[in-house]
Design a protein around this ligand. Structure first.
Ligand code: NAP
Length: 257
């Protein structure tokens, strides 16, 4: 099916890679890209999760693939990036979604190890694969990179994890400078800052806590993974060529700058 705006919106036939692409927001991105007709490649650590998602998408007739890889491990990431480029020869879309946080202790209890772990999980995971795939994007004079940050990287919040908030702010710096470096090559680099979104990770919190969080959001509910994937999809379309170095807040109006 073709439409009058396909030149702006269609990612059909493109190679789209999603780190952390087997569940939650990343999983929704993999599903969206596959259903938009792209070759959707999900990267995650747990093969069972990845194969279940890819199996579902293939059963629907989509072109979906999974690579088991820990995005913070340099060797694994190099091997996976090389395998992707060897098989498909290009990378049109890269969504760096892998990351997260576990606990939010006061500073006296944040160890150096926890700080470095957060850096690796949220920053190194984006740096390694981006560095590996940018040469192919440059050769093709085209690319769309979206980096996952968080509303926690934009503002202070009492309940936020100190180390995670620090790294998510770092992702914004990475995004801004990379956007400027890559703009002459037809490659855009943007960041997305979700507010609390119902994912497997968020669902670990108690119902009371999630209800209180939802009540504090102007739209009076939590975000959905499809809403986050929809915003990310826009940043990955050909028509978003003039949107680069941007930070897109998708948070139900919870923080407006
Ligand atoms: N949910 C929210 O409210 C929210 C808000 C703002 C920002 N975010 C950010 O959005 C991202 C996704 O969050 P989510 O809530 O959707 O998380 P989630 O439900 O825990 O899903 C995370 C996904 O990433 C994969 N993953 C995690 N670490 C990885 C690694 N080192 N290498 C490869 N894959 C990895 C997981 O699979 P495996 O475990 O099998 O590897 C899973 O597929 C995170 O960066 C998070 O910080 C989330």
């Amino acid at each position: 099916m073709t439409g009058p705006f396909d030149h702006l919106t269609s990612i059909r036939g493109q190679v789209a890679i999603v780190t952390g692409g087997t569940a939650g927001i990343g999983g929704a991105c993999t599903e969206r890209f596959a259903r938009e007709g792209a070759t959707a490649i999900a990267i995650g650590r747990d093969p069972a999760k990845g194969e279940a998602l890819i199996g579902k998408l293939r059963a629907e007739g989509h072109d979906a693939h999974f690579f088991a890889c820990d995005c913070v491990e340099e060797d694994q990431m190099a091997e996976t990036s090389a395998a992707i480029l060897e098989r498909w020869g290009r990378a049109d879309i890269l969504c760096n979604i892998a990351g997260g946080w576990i606990e939010a202790p006061p500073i006296e209890e944040v160890t150096n190890e926890a700080l470095h772990h957060s850096f690796d999980w949220n920053v190194t995971s984006k740096f390694l694969i981006t560095k590996a795939l940018v040469p192919a994007m440059k050769a093709n004079k085209y690319g769309r990179i979206v980096n996952m940050s968080s509303s926690t990287g934009r503002r202070g919040r009492v309940a936020a994890a100190l180390q995670y908030s620090t790294m998510e702010a770092g992702v914004l710096g990475f995004t801004r400078v990379l956007a400027m470096q890559l703009a002459p090559h037809g490659i855009t680099v943007n960041a997305i800052c979700p507010g609390t979104t119902l994912t497997p990770r968020a669902q670990r919190h108690s119902e009371e806590r999630l209800a209180a969080t939802a009540a504090a959001i102007p739209v009076q509910r939590l975000g959905t993974v499809d809403e986050q994937a929809h915003a990310i999809w826009y940043l990955c379309t050909p028509g978003a060529a003039f949107t680069t170095g941007a930070i897109l807040d998708v948070n139900g109006g919870n923080w407006t700058g």
